[in-house]
Design a protein around this ligand. Structure first.
Ligand code: SAM
Length: 194
């Protein structure tokens, strides 16, 4: 099996990087080893802020090392299903981008994986906290049992979004194994809703 040069996680980063501007408030809903977190922290700059969530203390500790002296970031050792309660009220409705890279952390315990029920709670909360023009990306992994169920439930939820949202999907077509899927959701601004 060859590793694609453009991975689904790269696509997610490219789309978010193209949208996020200096000073933005954004969320990494699955920090893991902090690759997306670092990209977001640098994209929003010192006047912006990144809020990150993960349930694994080890992963957050590695991410803190990766982030070095950057201060425009707050990491919560908590499940993303608690994001509405943990994000300060002042940023509700002002989130420009939220990234979910679901599943388990490669190299760590595989049972510590995102779960469809808590993912649904987090996605619902995330949608309600987005700024007009804001974006949510999700990378789904239907290559493991919990991931199959989670991918199906996220797809069903996204397909039923009302007119104020727009959603796209992308995945590698010629993969020999179950390909990860990128879902991009935008909250439309009122002038874009016809
Ligand atoms: C695929 S990894 C994320 C990789 C990360 N984006 C990176 O750049 O390294 C998925 C992460 O979700 C975390 N996770 C599992 N359940 C979670 C939950 N309820 N809330 C937040 N994170 C969770 C896992 O601990 C794991 O680190």
């Amino acid at each position: 099996v060859t590793r694609p040069m453009l991975r689904t996680t790269d696509l997610a980063r490219l789309v978010v990087q193209a949208r996020v501007t200096l000073g933005a408030i954004v969320v990494d809903a699955t920090v893991g080893n902090g690759h997306d977190t670092l990209m977001l922290v640098d994209a929003v700059g010192p006047t912006g802020c990144v809020y990150g969530f993960d349930v694994q203390a080890d992963a957050l500790a590695r991410t803190r090392v990766r982030l070095g002296a950057r201060t425009n970031v707050e990491l919560f050792e908590a499940g993303h299903e608690r994001l509405a309660a943990l994000l300060p009220v002042e940023v509700h409705g002002r989130i420009s981008a939220m990234m979910f890279n679901l599943g388990y952390l490669p190299g760590a315990a595989r049972h510590i994986t995102t779960q469809s029920e808590t993912t649904k709670i987090a996605l619902k909360a995330g949608l309600s906290l987005l700024a007009p023009g804001g974006m949510i990306t999700l990378v789904l992994y239907p290559g493991h049992a919990a991931g199959v169920e989670e991918a199906a439930s996220v797809r069903a939820m996204v397909a039923a979004l009302p007119v104020g949202f727009s959603a796209h999907s992308a995945s590698r077509l010629n993969s020999v194994t179950a390909a990860p899927e990128l879902i991009i959701i935008e909250r439309l601004s009122s002038q874009d809703i016809s």
